[in-house]
Design a protein around this ligand. Sequence first.
Ligand code: HEC
Length: 106
Amino acid sequence: MRAFARRIWLPLATIANLGISPAPAADAGHGADLARRWCASCHLVTSSQAQASADVPSFASVARKPDFNPEKLAFFLLDPHPKMPNFPLSRTEAADLAAYIGSLRQ
Ligand code: HEC
């Protein structure tokens, strides 16, 4: 019975969390993993990265823009930019990436 209840409640809690919470707590550490995996071929995603494409803004420079806003960035990332391969990012992944980029802001 307890195991059954857990099986029902876990997915329900997850759905409720996705649906109701306006800004799910984003995980910048996970965003950093995603950035290294998916974005580092073009963007400088960490200060220790040696090389990326010329003409592609580094994530640190994105973060330093005066109008930087993690919500807007997450929204932008849901709709892949031109020249960027079509990443099927989930809302959570987009928010995590935005949180990571935001963490580079100083
Ligand atoms: C194939 C190369 C490529 C990959 C991979 C790539 N990007 Fe980009 N990205 C670009 C280019 C080129 C631009 C400049 C946009 C333009 O000029 O159209 C850009 C622009 C951006 C911008 C806007 C910068 C600004 O000045 O406003 C953000 C944010 C961004 N990328 C995030 C990401 C994230 C997050 C990932 C990984 C999920 C990613 N990109 C993967 C090539 C890439």
